[in-house]
Design a protein around this ligand. Structure first.
Ligand code: GUN
Length: 309
């Protein structure tokens, strides 16, 4: 660069200073350690280990990866883990019979039915068949109702993971405007509910595909939770400087430079958004690891309730 080149100094936000990562990977390791210690105390005292089961129907690649990760994490903390793999052609009745079996097996503390299910199976009917006491995903109407009423319940894993990140990193939430993008039953709707409640005390705006003034709303947000399922949807022009941005998206995109041929991106365009944030979750390594840990925490809770250990 020549001596006569005078460049405009970058602001601290433009340089990315002050941006802090909500490192879910490190936090998940720490919480898994806490769970593993508790499980060790239980088994050392002669009790059986907590048992998490998963049912997966069909060959969906992403679902196979999620279930494999859940199984691996279960083993890491000393849980017993079982996976019921069922063919794509499994009938609704066969699946309901498997659920009935799991509901009645006293050695299983909690189980999940991996979604999405094949088109010929009624997803809500299947969820409704899960015993609320073993519903560690928190998807059954009883647990959803309890959550909305603020009663003890199983909270869905991804919203619970987001709450854990905010709490453990000491992010100030009271009185803050939180804009949630996406109203799914699994993430957007429950996280909007949880963050508006006592303890978090956010003022929440829940946005969806029919929201007309999205950018106007996100620009007012102190906290943005992006769970919209569109790769790199949230761009820098939509974010207020200093905002906290939580990225729930997970998308695989082809990348020939990677050994496995792909890389993972989120719902946030991180190369331009991160520099504007005070805190941001990376993808991968942000919300994802906390989601699995939350499922383990729910299973431990189910175990305590059922065994009274
Ligand atoms: N599919 C995508 N996310 C989830 C989840 O949290 N639980 C289940 N059961 N299926 C999913």
């Amino acid at each position: 660069m020549g001596d006569n080149h005078v460049s405009t100094p970058l602001s601290s936000k433009e340089r990315g200073e002050g941006v802090r990562l909500l490192d879910g990977k490190a936090m998940a390791l720490q919480i898994k350690d806490e769970i593993a210690n508790e499980v060790r105390s239980l088994t050392d005292a002669g009790h059986r280990a907590p048992h998490l089961a998963a049912v997966i129907v069909g060959e969906d690649g992403a679902s196979q990866t999620y279930v494999a990760n859940k199984e691996k994490s279960s083993h890491e903390v000393g849980f017993t883990s079982s996976v019921y793999r069922m063919a794509e052609s499994t009938s609704e009745r066969q699946l309901l019979e498997t659920i009935e079996f799991l509901n009645n097996d006293p050695d299983i503390d909690g189980f999940i039915v991996q979604l999405p299910l094949p088109k010929h199976i009624d997803e809500q009917k299947v969820i409704n068949a899960i015993s609320p006491d073993k519903d560690v995903d928190g998807f059954t109407p009883v647990n959803v109702g309890r959550m909305v009423l603020g009663e003890e319940c199983f909270v869905p894993a991804t919203p619970m993971g987001i709450c854990t990140l905010l709490k453990r990193f000491g992010i100030e939430t009271a009185g803050k405007h939180c804009v949630v993008l996406g109203r799914s039953n699994i993430v957007g709707t429950p996280v909007a509910n949880l963050l508006s409640r006592k303890g978090f005390d956010c003022t929440v705006t829940l946005c969806h595909s029919r929201t007309s003034n999205l950018k106007e709303l996100t620009l007012q947000a102190d906290i943005v939770v992006v769970a919209i399922g569109k790769p790199e949807f949230l761009t820098a022009d939509m974010v207020k400087p200093g905002a906290v941005v939580i990225d729930v998206g997970i998308h695989r995109v082809a990348d020939a430079s990677k050994k496995n041929g792909y890389r993972v991106i989120g719902d946030v365009k991180h190369d331009e958004v991160d520099a504007k944030c005070s805190w941001v979750t990376p993808v991968p390594g942000g919300v994802g690891p906390l989601t699995i840990v939350s499922l383990l925490q729910n299973t431990l809770q189910a175990y305590h309730r059922q065994t009274r250990n």
